[in-house]
Design a protein around this ligand. Structure first.
Ligand code: NDP
Length: 351
């Protein structure tokens, strides 16, 4: 698979270019809004072509003009969108219209309606659309899910997610001061935790309450939030996300009628951490694979594009994680308990 990068971003440089190559793909082109930065990024990462517009990226490579659903843009088969969040929507629509498969970063968009339209556009174009929720690809989370599915903790009663980190200095740009670009910890991290809870529990949060804070880093956006979600089964989920906590560590706990699962340092991009199962029989250390999360996600995406199965996190998974994050935001701003709006009432038939 030949990839076009939409966005000369930190995540592309640090994780995704390596993952595309390790999964057997090629990185054929990169788009930056700044032509000079795009050329420098291409050179630094051994990418043959730099484009300075979506049209150029999608239409380039073979001179056939691209776009218009023709599958043009002869040097790329798929795009990876990792621009700032307000740009994902238009870029995904353009890529789908050009017949390219789409792997899009989270949050998919700034509104659930836009995210649903992105998924619909890909469906209409017959291309694969996936969300880059990395955590469900982690060996730790795959092992945790297996324990839950095998009934090792009985009926799930509650989940707690600890995802309060210190935002690295290099990322203290739009995330901490630009609401128009989708800044703030809710769109940045709550979406991942929503996806993780949905992955493990197999159900979608129904109602949320939340409080947020603008602390040491946020300037016009929240940098910390705590929330509680009620699941349709009756289970409660408690989450804590932050950009300002240097030493908190991350974790997940799932408590059931017959046992508890304790994951430490597992809400991360690296294949690290520990998982314990606690039952009446005692405490068991749970083994798990230490494979690279992003390579697994890309491998599943490439298989799906070849007609074999689904991506690890689909477009609808991205729609739903965004809907939960939007509900958390609304709950924090209003002080009310909010029913999560997945947009299916307005978009019947999309699901
Ligand atoms: P960056 O800030 O690195 O990049 C976002 C955009 O900012 C780029 O597309 C680029 O624009 C511009 N930019 C980047 N560096 C510079 C610079 N030095 N000077 C001027 N402009 C610059 O964002 P991230 O990589 O942190 O995040 C990108 C997306 O990926 C977001 O949607 C985020 O939520 C998501 N993400 C997902 C992660 C995951 O694990 N799934 C982890 C991290 C991020 P241009 O392309 O026009 O040059």
């Amino acid at each position: 698979m030949r990839w076009g990068l939409i966005g000369a971003s930190d995540i592309a440089a640090r994780h995704m270019i390596g993952a595309f190559r390790a999964a057997g793909g090629e990185v054929a082109a990169v788009l930056s809004a700044d032509a000079g930065r795009g050329r420098a990024f291409a050179e630094a990462h051994g990418i043959p072509r730099a484009a300075d517009s979506v049209e150029d990226l999608l239409g380039g490579g073979n001179g056939d003009g691209g776009g218009g659903g023709s599958g043009g843009g002869g040097d790329i088969d798929a795009v990876y969108i990792s621009t700032t969040n307000e740009k994902h929507y238009a870029q995904a629509l353009a890529a789908a219209a050009a017949g390219k498969h789409v792997l899009c970063e989270k949050p998919l968009a700034l509104t659930v309606a836009e995210a649903r339209a992105m998924v619909r556009a890909a469906d209409d174009a017959g291309v694969v659309f996936a969300t880059n929720h990395h955590l469900r690809n982690a060996g730790a989370h795959l092992a945790i899910k297996r324990l839950i599915d095998d009934g090792r903790i009985g009926e799930v009663l509650s989940m707690r997610i600890f995802h309060a980190v210190l935002l690295p200095e290099r990322l203290r740009g739009w995330r901490i001061d630009n609401p128009d670009a989708g800044g703030g910890v809710i769109l940045d991290i709550v979406v991942h935790d929503a996806d993780t809870a949905r992955f493990h529990l197999g159900e979608d949060p129904a109602q949320v309450t939340a409080m947020d804070a603008e602390g040491a880093l946020g300037r016009g956006v929240e940098d910390s939030v705590m929330s509680v979600w009620r699941m349709p089964s009756g289970a409660l989920v408690q989450t804590h996300e932050s950009f300002t906590h240097p030493h908190a560590g991350s974790g997940i706990e799932i408590h059931g009628s017959a046992g508890s699962i304790i994951g430490r340092d597992v809400m991360t991009q690296q294949p690290v951490g520990t998982v314990q199962l606690r039952t009446a029989a005692g405490v068991e250390a749970v083994e798990f694979s230490d494979h690279n999360l992003y390579i697994r996600a890309v491998t599943h995406f490439m298989r799906a594009a070849a007609g074999d199965g689904e991506p690890a996190a689909t477009g609808m998974d991205g729609v739903k994680s965004l809907a939960v994050a939007q509900a958390v935001k609304l709950a924090a701003v209003s002080g009310a308990t909010v029913t999560v709006d997945y947009g299916d009432g307005d978009n019947a038939g999309d699901g």
